[in-house]
Design a protein around this ligand. Sequence first.
Ligand code: SAM
Length: 240
Amino acid sequence: MAGRIRLYVEQPLGQGQSVALTEAQAHYLFGVMRLAAGAAVALFNGRDGEWTATVAEAGKRGGRLDCVERSAPQRMPPDLWLIFAPIKKARTDFIVEKAAELGAARILPVQTDHTNSERIRQDRLQAHAVEAAEQCGGTFVPEVAELRPLSRLLADWPEGRQLMWADESLAGPAQTLSGAAPGPWAILIGPEGGFSEAERARLRGLPFVMPVSLGPRILRADTAAVAAIALWQAVLGDWQ
Ligand code: SAM
């Protein structure tokens, strides 16, 4: 139903299930959105699809919703990770929000040699991913991982996952990804300062890495993240 309030919850959803609300959820539904008993809300938890629920109890510090019927099946995104070096706060928020909307399964901030930011607020970024899923009609919320060094992530790389490396030094005709095999993938986007020579040498030597161009212009990191996910989704993901 268009325009309906959608809320991500952690509890199981199903016929006859009741969902107890946290104080923050109750404040949002009853204080901000002014819902009263009997109002309908759409709930999802990333596992059980979307459920229509009605407000059974509305209080200032809590409340209860009762599941009525399943309104959409669970839809999982393709197995795509977005790996990126955090930039300024608002632009990092944008990257997380767009990655969740565009269908990334996992979001991994990494420290690179030229990373602009040494710290992230993982909980805040995770909340952005939840909000993006609530607003775009998704039934899945990608996990936002804690910040870790790119070198460690590459050292522990999982077998069978391929890495599309957005390499600014290739700026030129956009890559088509032709010949790329489907399966688990990750996309790597660098920081404002790009990748260091040591990082490029390492990435070039790894068998699971496919360097790509994102066109003839050098994009800001947040634009590059959106462009790279769109390119991958159109060729190998669930936009086909
Ligand atoms: N400082 C770098 C330079 O001047 O070459 C630019 C870095 S760019 C702002 C940030 C990241 O976006 C890059 O590390 C790369 O991952 C990605 N990127 C931007 N434009 C790109 C392009 N045309 N092709 C491939 N990757 C690109």
